[in-house]
Design a binder for this molecule. Structure first.
Ligand code: ADP
Length: 393
């Protein structure tokens, strides 16, 4: 049984086709620069990479080419072999607490929620409509990044601002990376053979968020009304004092939107190091004793430690900490620094196991550590495909 998982952005469309009986990836790929000059697609199939420049005037064209390629490569003999398509959706607002089958109402809701994800939700709608045109009889499922976080109570999701902002305009914490945190919670529960876990899940990629999870449910998360909040990231600032916004507008003679853009795209590791948003570059720079890289790394790891320790108290203790995503799965120095700073909580890790854990599931804490620590590679695409399968059944 084949299910496709789709992640559409404003000018890109990523897909993964799974064989659900074995959970294996059959083919995956990305269509880039949709609607822009120089568009192309890249497919990964049977260990090979196929790249082709091609005109992609819109998402529908990308979907048409994608499906034609599946036929041409012999991946499917007819489109009816694709039994469902799952779409990653950035914002489901307060309405969507779990994944749902897509109907006209869901599409209307996604359009209505566009203020909460101005770049993403309209793109998701374009991709859904494009797939519906080409595969009119195939059921589609919406899987929301925000859904997992809907179990937060109001102490966690409310901001201490005028309450009517929440009542009238939905100003509250929604969080993000929910599909990844949900996957991590499920996976670690399988690994440890128990559901009753106090888990702190650290999804640290270019974007990053920390989530406190009890018994598989989200208690609190570091991203907020938008993904700008929380820990320091590759190019995002994370939490700041919002009073700096009018001050910077005045000093730099820029608009509020330009300040927000700088907080999203020119801050974080890139902003503090004035060098790179990529942790690999920062670590290389530290090896050369570059002050700018040391400064960025120190602040970055500290903001993670701040959230982990806050959530330790929020959960009334912690059984397991998991690291995932680009930095979390691959960067032993980042994990080492975070774990050293967490020593007052009784965390102990094995430096060798930490060093060897690159992109694989591994326990890196010592047996006498008060909190178990694991590296768990995330798989949001598989989670989307599994939700799709269970809903279409
Ligand atoms: P996102 O999905 O948020 O775009 P990813 O989870 O793919 O991001 O993470 C990408 C980031 O992971 C890169 O920007 C880089 O900083 C980091 N990264 C990837 N591999 C390594 C590595 N070996 N060492 C350190 N950082 C890494």
């Amino acid at each position: 049984m084949k299910i496709m998982s789709v992640n559409a952005g404003s000018s890109s469309l990523k897909f993964t086709l799974f064989e659900m009986n074995t959970k294996e990836v059959i083919i995956s790929g990305v269509f880039e620069r949709i609607g822009i000059m120089g568009s192309k697609y890249t497919l990964k199939y049977q260990g090979e990479k196929i790249t082709q420049e091609v005109d992609l005037e819109d998402h529908e064209k990308a979907v048409e080419i994608l499906l034609d390629k599946l036929l041409a490569l012999g991946v499917v003999r007819s489109f009816s072999e694709i039994e469902g398509v799952g779409h990653r959706i950035v914002s489901g607002g307060e309405k969507y607490t779990k994944s749902v089958l897509i109907d006209d109402q869901v599409i209307q809701d996604l359009i209505a929620l566009k203020d909460f994800a101005p770049l993403h939700n309209p793109a998701h709608v374009k991709a859904i409509v494009a797939f519906q045109r080409v595969l009119p009889d195939t059921p589609m499922v919406a899987v929301f990044d925000t859904a997992f976080h809907q179990t937060m109570d109001e102490v966690s999701y409310l901001y201490p601002v005028p309450y009517e902002w929440y009542q009238k305009y939905g100003v509250r914490k929604y969080g993000a990376h929910g599909t990844s945190h949900r996957y991590i919670a499920r996976k670690i529960s399988e690994v440890l053979g128990r559901e009753d876990l106090r888990l702190i899940s650290c999804h640290i990629g270019n974007g990053g968020s920390i989530t406190a999870i009890r018994d598989g449910k989200c208690v609190d998360t570091s991203m907020g009304f938008t993904p700008l909040a929380g820990i320091m990231m590759g190019t995002r600032s994370g939490d700041i004092d919002s009073s700096m916004i009018p001050y910077v507008m005045d000093k730099c003679e820029i608009t509020a939107q330009e300040v927000i853009d700088a907080l999203n795209k020119k801050s974080g590791l890139l902003g503090l190091s004035q060098y790179s948003s990529d942790m690999r570059d920062i670590i290389d720079g530290m090896a050369e004793h570059k002050e700018n890289c040391l400064r960025a790394f120190e602040k970055y790891t500290q903001t993670i430690v701040n959230y982990v320790s806050q959530y330790y108290v929020r959960l009334g203790g912690c059984d397991v900490i998991c690291f995932t995503a680009g930095v979390g799965e691959n960067s032993a120095p980042t994990r080492a620094k975070v774990l050293e700073k967490l020593a007052p909580l009784g965390v102990k890790f094995d430096p060798l196991k930490n060093k060897e854990a690159v992109g694989v599931l591994a326990k890196i804490s010592t047996d006498d550590s008060k909190i178990q620590v694991y590296v768990v590679p995330t798989d949001e695409e598989l989670m989307i495909a599994e939700d799709t399968l269970s809903l279409i059944r």
